[in-house]
Design a protein around this ligand. Structure first.
Ligand SMILES: Clc1cnc2c(Nc3ccc(N4CCOCC4)cc3)nc(-c3cccnc3)cn12
Length: 273
């Protein structure tokens, strides 16, 4: 859209309520004055970026995010800055946080979980094609559009919403063993994360959750995977999770094979993928 070439300023927007706040700033819903187009405006304070020496990472993340055009990846339309703040002009996800929906419902149906996993798999296949890995996917970074379509909304600046939430920066829950051990990681970390998310969508909490980070670390390294007896989950779903939560990254089910897995084929809603 025309946003790509124009240089924007805060005067082009009527800023609405805050959607969430985080370490680096806040996200607001906003309306572009001329077109009345609704966007999300993410405000990042420069002194925070300088203090944590994150300008390089921010630039890299923004360059990546601007180049990604996929129905399941939240768009970054552009950005501008003033003396003390950087503003990111983002696609507004009308449906809010997937995490909120998971908290409210406890766990998702197999159809909803399979649809979200299929959407994520397509988005990750696209990201890998563009040589983008480790999108740091966790429920906190997943949003929904007005039709309930999943949007990956992360470029490293995940924000904690106003509703109660676990400490995001601390959680190891979604990291693959090679990440946790700080070994070189490749695309397959995202396949592991899909296994963690699939489990969490179906059971309501991640598979290696533990009281302390050290215990979570141990459970991840051991791949200490157990399936509770409730809620009732199909054998196919457990099969897919087991094929993804494999310590040897080379042996994890590929993104293509995930989309061919019987549980996905039988349960994912083709209209929402
Ligand atoms: Cl980036 C970006 C684009 N769109 C959003 C968005 N959208 C959104 C829509 C609707 C509702 N509500 C709908 C009615 O019930 C209450 C919530 C919330 C968020 N939220 C956040 C967000 C939310 C929480 C914490 N940190 C960020 C970031 N976003």
């Amino acid at each position: 859209p025309e946003s790509v070439k124009r240089d924007w300023s805060i005067n082009d927007f009527e800023v609405g309520r805050p959607l969430g706040k985080g370490k680096f700033g806040r996200v607001y819903v906003a309306r572009e004055t001329k077109t009345k187009y609704i966007v999300a405006l993410k405000v990042i304070f420069k002194e925070q970026i300088e203090k944590y020496k994150l300008l390089h990472q921010l630039k890299r993340e923004m360059t990546i995010q601007t180049s990604l055009h996929h129905p399941h990846v939240l768009r970054l339309y552009g950005w501008f800055h003033d003396a003390e703040r950087i503003f990111l002009i983002l696609e507004y996800a009308h449906g809010g946080e997937l995490y909120g929906e998971l908290q409210r419902s406890g766990h998702f149906s197999e159809q909803k979980a399979a649809t979200y996993i299929a959407s994520l798999t397509h988005a990750l296949a696209y990201c890998h094609e563009k040589h983008v890995i480790h999108r740091d996917i966790k429920p906190e970074n997943l949003l929904l559009d007005h039709e309930g379509r999943l949007k990956i909304a992360d470029f490293g600046w995940s924000v904690q919403s106003t509703n109660k939430r676990r400490t995001m920066c601390g959680t190891l829950d979604y990291l693959a063993p090679e990440m946790v051990e700080n070994r070189p990681h490749d695309y397959a970390v995202d396949n592991w994360t899909l296994g963690v998310l699939c489990y969490e969508f179906l059971y309501g909490s991640p598979p290696f959750e533990a009281d302390g980070q050290a215990d979570t670390f141990r459970r991840i390294m051991k791949v200490d995977l157990a399936f509770p007896s409730t809620p009732q989950v199909s054998a196919e779903a457990k099969d897919l999770i087991t094929l993804l939560l494999v310590k040897d990254s080379a042996k994890r089910l590929s993104l293509e094979k995930i989309l061919e897995h019987p549980w996905i084929v039988l349960n994912a809603d083709p209209n929402l993928i």
